[in-house]
Design a protein around this ligand. Sequence first.
Ligand code: F6R
Length: 602
Amino acid sequence: MCGIVGIASENDCVKGIIAGLYSLEYRGYDSSGIATLNDNLFASKKSIGKISRLENAIIKDKISGNLGIGHTRWATHGKPTLNNCHPFIKNNCALVHNGIIENFEELVKTFALNETCIKSETDSEIIAEICDKLLNEFNNPIDVIKKISQNIQGTFSFAFLIKGSDSIYATRRGSPLVLGLSENLNSISSDVLGLPDETREIIFLEENDIATINPSSISIYNIKGNSINRKKHEFVAKKDFKTKGKFMHFMEKEIFHQPICLEDIILNFADKKTNSVFLPKNTIDFNNISNIILVACGTAYHACMIAKYWLEQMTDKHVSIDIASEYRYKKNNIDKNSIAIVVSQSGETMDTLECLKKFRQNDLFTISIVNVLNSSIARMSDYVLPTLAGPEIGVAATKSFTAQLAVLALLGLHIQQQKNNIEKNVFNSLFSIHESIKKILKDSKRFEEIAHSLRDAKSIFYIGRGIMYPIALEGALKLKEITYKHCEGYAAGELKHGPLALIEDQIPVIALAPSDHNFSKILSNIQEVRARGGKSIIITDKAGSIKAKKYCDQIIVLPDTNYLTSAIIYSLPIQLIAYHLAVLLGTDVDQPRNLAKSVTVE
Ligand code: F6R
């Protein structure tokens, strides 16, 4: 998804902007660009593809300046071409834009623009044209930005350079922007990760705020143009998350980070000595609530599917789940005695955010489970449960998924605790999850072997029953996403209702089969596959392996689990298989084609 970096510095800003753009690569993009203002002249470079191409272009043909804005573009209006790349420069104004201007065609008429000046297919260039035009009418750039903002329908964050001014100007609505403050420079970015390392404090801009940023100071104004103050937050160093260290890819690093994350989450929210779960600042009485509604997208939605199994097993609540892009556009009969939970790694996913707004319009109490604190979703919800996984750079969600599961499991135990019926054995088992995961990671070679055996498969099936069904869906999503191989996740009981017709020896079936109450059933499903010439790989535990050995071509034995720990522990094999297969096939593991990390458009 598009990213913005702007730096106002006492020194040259170009290196810092390029570094910021590199940090935003994880969001997904297809082209990038930069513009500086030097001696009241604009200089600009744009490039299709990786940031390294933009950097090389700048090395060959240097540009410099103390004021600069940069952009990574993820195409929405128009293809990834140089013409459509930001920044857009029009006489006295250069701008970068994130978001979607819904009324961009009307704006051409409203501001009587000369259409022959519009060279790109984007919605953004029109705003640069309007800005330049209004700069001739108004003395003050703030008044220009106010006027633009008042006329736009849609979502935006903008950073502008304006000739004759030594400030960067920025504004936002529905798309995030954060200011970075430090001694010799100030900056702006769409994401904390895009800010320079020397940043000391940060300020999140609120809806419709307008900011001016120069090397020694920043000012913020509201839509009326009145000066306002916003809260400063300490900037937490992000250097550690930005390097791969000993790992080949961020995804690998993030998979291996899971024992630490999970231990951190459990120890932050649960106390083994007193058998209790502490949700920070929680004042919700779940005894007064009969329904829980969960919505999310993609991997986060799979976490919600698992939560439905868990919460209905652990509590007396009725739990409903929806894909956010579906929920937001349908009629929903909402029982007022419900609580709404949205789950999102980035906290910026547009469809999830829109569901949150819908819940609020229906006066429901809203909880968000997010990894990025201070994200739009976090700031809009009544109560925030952080997933504490740290920045996730790889586009494919890994540690954020297991972190979401851990938090949802803790939520289930917390609801039990409020009824004085917390399941102590299950609660205690959370404290050893990180050890089980360490064991799996120690032996990660086994998954490389499985990946080799899948290399030539025409298509792959993951099957599971109960809680393992959403894990099968997540396994298929991970494989598709980073290996570009077709894979289906299926509820094992559904095989005979259609997909068995596809089974042949080129289509391996991976069964997720802990020895729980569903085990004998899934063993029958595996036999159905083998009877039709299909190959089977079984992922199970020690007890399961004794019974399953004779029914499979390959077997992976995992530590023992219960209904709460199984989802987290069985997530590791699906991540590792996808990762090793992607490495083997030579795909772009951390930035798979066509995908973005933070999906801030519909
Ligand atoms: C898959 C993946 C996506 C996200 C989805 C929601 O690996 O990462 O499916 O889970 O785009 O994103 P968030 O969680 O940021 O709302």
